[in-house]
Write a protein of this length. Structure first.
Length: 56
């Protein structure tokens, strides 16, 4: 084992309009990644760290 750990996935709870939340994170430099569900979407920040927007 090389001692490197895989990146952790962060979850960000979002409220309000999903389209607006997605536009905001994309405008900040995020990019959409494969994978989504009824209540979450997956992105990577500008340096490649994955995170999810989660709705209740």
């Amino acid at each position: 084992m090389s001692g490197r750990r895989p990146p952790a996935v962060r979850g960000v709870r979002a409220t309000g309009n999903r389209a607006v939340a997605e536009q905001r994170v994309l405008a900040l430099g995020a990019r959409r990644l494969p994978g989504a569900g009824d209540d979450f979407r997956v992105y990577a920040d500008p340096v490649g760290h994955p995170f999810c927007l989660v709705w209740e």
